[in-house]
Design a protein around this ligand. Structure first.
Ligand SMILES: [Fe+2]
Length: 245
């Protein structure tokens, strides 16, 4: 089975080309043969919380024929995200939009990693309690964790190296108890990374909207970049991941 990942659309009324890029990425997934069996969306759907942009995202996502599971990113606003993407996201609980799905025998746990008022994320006590409960439900079932902020060290906006998630140590400790978690899928970085976290491969997906220049972490947009999806092939108990455009 194939799990597709789309991330970081950053739709904005002042950047209409990003909606075009999302449309192309979605057309690309629908043109695959075979088509992906499910799609995860790892946040930053809209850039500034504009309800009209969430409506545009919903219009595009509704063209996908497979199940979609979405979590928000630091740029996303809870209410318009929830209102427009209701078929594909969870209920608001303690301010978070966590979500659980599945693709065949693979369980998909979506964690809302936002920290209000911050570009960086958090693994909050509420999120910890929620994730502990979900993982305990099916400890033997192969599971993918997907969230916006990567739980590994990267270059931060101030140029230093550090964690994108506050409280990441608690997440690592929890994951060490669940070897059934096969991969961690993230967004946020607008670049592909692959880093082990608690012995599990964590990957960040490229952005549909634009790719970041890692050396400076400035969001310099590359007009030539193609809207990029990530395809994760669920094969013999492991995910084999590659880019697709
Ligand atoms: Fe982000």
């Amino acid at each position: 089975m194939i799990l597709a990942q789309l991330s970081d659309f950053h739709l904005s009324s002042t950047n209409p080309e990003r909606t075009e890029r999302l449309a192309r990425a979605i057309g690309h997934l629908m043109a695959q043969d075979p088509r992906p069996d499910a799609v995860v969306v790892t946040g930053d759907v809209a850039d500034r919380g504009e309800p009209a942009m969430y409506a545009q995202a919903a219009k595009q996502l509704s063209l996908l024929s497979m199940p979609i599971f979405a979590v928000p990113g630091n740029r996303d606003w809870t209410e318009p995200f929830r209102e427009s993407l209701a078929p594909w996201c969870g209920q608001v609980e303690n301010g978070f939009l966590n979500h659980v799905g599945e693709m065949g025998d693979l369980r998909l746990i979506g964690l809302d990693s936002r920290r209000p008022g911050s570009q960086q994320g958090q693994f909050s006590p509420q999120s910890k309690a929620w994730l502990e409960a979900r993982l305990a439900e099916q400890p033997d079932r192969p599971t993918v964790l997907f969230l916006h902020h990567p739980p590994f060290r990267t270059k931060l906006r101030n140029g230093s190296i550090g964690h994108q998630i506050e409280g990441v140590e608690a997440l690592e400790a929890l994951l060490r108890q669940y070897p059934n978690v096969v991969q961690i899928l993230c967004g946020h970085l607008h670049r592909i990374y692959a880093v082990p976290v608690a012995g599990i491969i964590a990957t960040s997906a490229p952005s549909v909207a634009y790719q970041a220049i890692v050396e400076h972490w400035h969001e310099k947009e590359d007009a030539d970049i193609r809207p990029t999806a990530t395809l994760h092939y669920w094969t013999d108990g492991q995910l084999i991941s590659r880019l697709s455009w």
